[in-house]
Design a protein around this ligand. Structure first.
Ligand SMILES: *[C@@H]1O[C@H](CO)[C@@H](O)[C@H](O)[C@H]1NC(C)=O
Ligand SMILES: *[C@@H]1O[C@H](CO)[C@@H](O)[C@H](O)[C@H]1NC(C)=O
Ligand SMILES: *[C@@H]1O[C@H](CO)[C@@H](O)[C@H](O)[C@H]1NC(C)=O
Ligand SMILES: *[C@@H]1O[C@H](CO)[C@@H](O)[C@H](O)[C@H]1NC(C)=O
Length: 190
């Protein structure tokens, strides 16, 4: 009697945390930028379909899709369509041939939330980061320089919205849009 209960509880917790359990497009790992040849999973609700304007095969028929080897042709907008034709919010995914990516929230974040941006390099030949190895920019303007690849905002507001990029050792990531939502919008949307 002990095991079945534990397994049910575990299943429940796992599903609750799954990115595929919400109403908007889920991405695992949870970011919008990927290196070539990475693996990622996209998903919509069970009664929805994945839609995209990219050349990805992840479209229309299915609600969950695993991309085993990401390629540049997977870059583009992705969203979920419900059976009744309702269109979910689009997420832009970028697969880069470059060696630096920026990790930022996949979906708009509510005002007041803390947000951490992470700059990642795939370049194994870069050893110890030195001072000012990383830079972060918003709308093309430098907003932070550091030794670590992280930049955090304790409580975001509308002024944090914009197109973010980072660099590591002078190599720039693609850009990602950070959207901040007012609390009033949040109630009506969710
Ligand atoms: C990797 O880093 C090394 C040393 O900084 C640099 O010479 C090389 O161009 C980098 N390679 C890529 C693909 O970024
Ligand atoms: C790193 O930067 C800090 C602040 O700008 C400075 O105080 C420190 O001396 C620098 N360290 C090195 C090794 O350059
Ligand atoms: C938004 O956040 C920034 C940085 O924390 C702060 O300087 C600014 O006053 C805030 N703006 C509003 C309208 O709250
Ligand atoms: C997504 O990409 C499209 C086409 O490049 C662009 O028009 C749109 O503003 C982007 N949306 C976001 C949220 O970045």
């Amino acid at each position: 009697m002990f095991w079945p209960t534990s397994i049910l509880v575990l299943l429940h917790l796992t599903r609750g945390n799954s990115p595929c359990f919400g109403r908007s497009l889920g991405i695992s790992p949870s970011r919008t930028q990927f290196f070539k040849r990475e693996s990622l999973t996209l998903c919509c609700g069970a009664d929805e379909r994945i839609m995209t304007n990219s050349k990805s095969a992840c479209s229309q028929k299915i609600h969950e899709c695993n991309i085993k080897l990401a390629g540049v042709h997977h870059s583009g907008s992705y969203w979920c369509d419900s059976n009744s034709g309702e269109r979910g919010e689009a997420v832009n995914i970028t697969v880069t041939e470059g060696s630096v990516i920026l990790e930022s929230p996949v979906h708009p974040v509510p005002e007041g939330t803390s947000v951490t941006l992470r700059c990642k390099s795939s370049n194994q030949s870069v050893v110890t980061p030195i001072n000012q190895s990383y830079t972060f920019s918003r709308d093309g303007r430098l907003i932070g320089v550091g030794l670590t690849g992280e930049m955090s905002f304790a409580a975001v507001n509308r002024s944090h919205e914009g197109l973010y990029t980072c660099t590591f050792s002078g190599v720039e990531s693609p850009g990602s849009w950070l959207a901040v939502r007012g609390e009033l919008c949040l109630v009506s949307t969710w």
